[in-house]
Design a protein around this ligand. Sequence first.
Ligand SMILES: [Zn+2]
Length: 307
Amino acid sequence: MTSWIYISGRGHSGSTMLDIMLGNASDIQSVGELVAGMGRYEAKCSCGEKFKNCSYWRDVRIRFEERAGASWDDAVQESLRQAHISRLPATILATSETKWVKRLRRYCEHIADSLSQSQQKRIVDSSKEITRAIFLLRFVPESRVIHLIRHPVNVLQSDYRRLNKGSGLNYLRKRLQPRRWYGPYLLLSASSWLAGNLLVEAIRMIHPDKYLRIHYEDLIRQPIEEVEKIEKFIDVSLDEIKRKIKEQEPFKISHNIGGNHMRMKGSFVLDPKKAHRSGLPKRYAILANIICWPLLLLYGYSWRKIQ
Ligand SMILES: [Zn+2]
């Protein structure tokens, strides 16, 4: 049976980067943000083809439909419905005998088996939705959650850049793009950082053996140590990834869907300078620190000054 490595946490925390890095291990297939991407037929896969035309994904859909005896679109609908935050209470209260749980668990197992190539026994999914993390840990055997966190000031910096470029913020599957007065939107982003990460902390308390917290800043600063933590956690050799880090060899990107623009680059080399971009007005940095302080303390993050 193929097992599921699920990256949870907030957006702009480096999940696409970690997803791609892990996909460079021979035993792991990296897929990107599966929940969001699996139904977007017109969106591009990282290979450059549209999702509907990419031969890898076409084969996955065919294999899935043969094994599950259900259509791929049924799996898309069920996945999207369950992963929405409004399904959090239902996901917590459900039992393994609940009808929709049985159905989605079967879909998840067939998706995982259809995704993995013969020798690959694990898939990485960086969908991040917390409701899906809870579902996998409760109902899909052998699932693991990596909680990727990043300082909220840096997360708000990414949001601020997107707002300035007119790319908008994604919030509960809606795109928000104010013309000016970014304050309320960044306030919403900082509050979501706190609430979202608190929910994943609750997962840690319930499933401590299936949870690993990784700081994005550590992954950039001391990648070998962090990869070794993940290696121990998922019990798969990540020697190939460590070798690429040491030799500054580019990480290959296979057939990722639904993640950020980074996945379209074909390959990338880990760049420590990326962790220190600025550009966020100081008032918003202060806002992020005030709202997120309880978790800043827990995570050992310092009050972050912005040049
Ligand atoms: Zn592709």
